[in-house]
Design a protein around this ligand. Structure first.
Ligand SMILES: *Cc1c(COP(=O)(O)O)cnc(C)c1O
Length: 219
């Protein structure tokens, strides 16, 4: 199927409560424009330089989401335009985002990345660490950053029950935090291989790349 057909398929298949984030990393502008012309307005990237170049070249009404790990010294490049940063994993990073957002006279929405996978390689913090950030005086004093939810990545495995258990854990952590921080609204979970399970478990944002745009070529 074409990129446009894939976008239409996801839009019709996903419940209204679930936003589609089209993960366009490594893909050329023509591919993004095909998705755009099919109605897609939210794109996700994992490299700040690549996202910034695409932002400069593509239509202004695109919402850009940073889904990758963020280095603090690069926050300044995306602060003028990024709409959501999915993978915040420390108070230090949140402070830097707040500082750069303020310089741009903006408020930047962020998600805290919770480690739900068994694998060691995945980034993220524990539920207790997320709570500590939300309860901190430092965060209470940040006027240009807003934590609007949580993000997580399941283990890359064929074992669907394991993936389901990990997504359910994220949903539980979300509910527990939300009872004290009602401003939390989003759960970013689910990719091409596991989005159906994620939606079942309460995802509000799925991050789909390869099954919209095709396999990535890193050469
Ligand atoms: C690349 C990426 C995705 C999309 O992965 P697909 O398997 O291609 O759908 C989703 N989330 C993050 C954080 C990514 O880096």
């Amino acid at each position: 199927m074409s990129i446009a057909e894939n976008i239409k398929k996801y839009k019709s298949e996903l419940p209204e409560t679930v936003k589609l984030i089209a993960i366009s990393k490594t893909k050329p502008n023509e591919d993004l424009m095909e998705a755009y012309n099919a109605g897609q307005r939210i794109f996700g990237e994992n490299k700040i330089q690549e996202m910034t170049t695409k932002w400069e070249e593509l239509p202004e009404d695109i919402e850009w989401h940073m889904v990758g790990h963020v280095q603090r010294n690069k926050v300044k490049y995306m602060a003028p335009f990024v709409s959501l940063i999915h993978a915040v994993d420390s108070l230090k990073l949140l402070k830097e985002i707040n500082k750069r957002a303020k310089q741009n006279d903006r408020t930047i929405n962020c998600l805290l990345q919770i480690k739900i996978a068994e694998e060691d390689s995945k980034f993220g913090i524990t539920a207790a660490e997320a709570r500590e950030i939300l309860e901190s005086e430092a965060y209470a004093n940040m006027n240009n950053v807003k934590v609007t939810g949580l993000m997580g990545m399941a283990t890359f495995t064929e074992d669907e029950e394991q993936v389901r258990a990990e997504f359910q854990r994220l949903k539980t952590v979300f509910e527990e935090l939300k009872s004290d921080f009602p401003e939390l609204e989003e759960i970013s979970m689910g990719m091409s291989g596991d989005y159906k399970i994620a939606v079942d478990c309460g995802s509000t944002m799925v991050r789909i790349g390869s099954s919209i745009f095709g396999e990535r070529n890193y050469n």
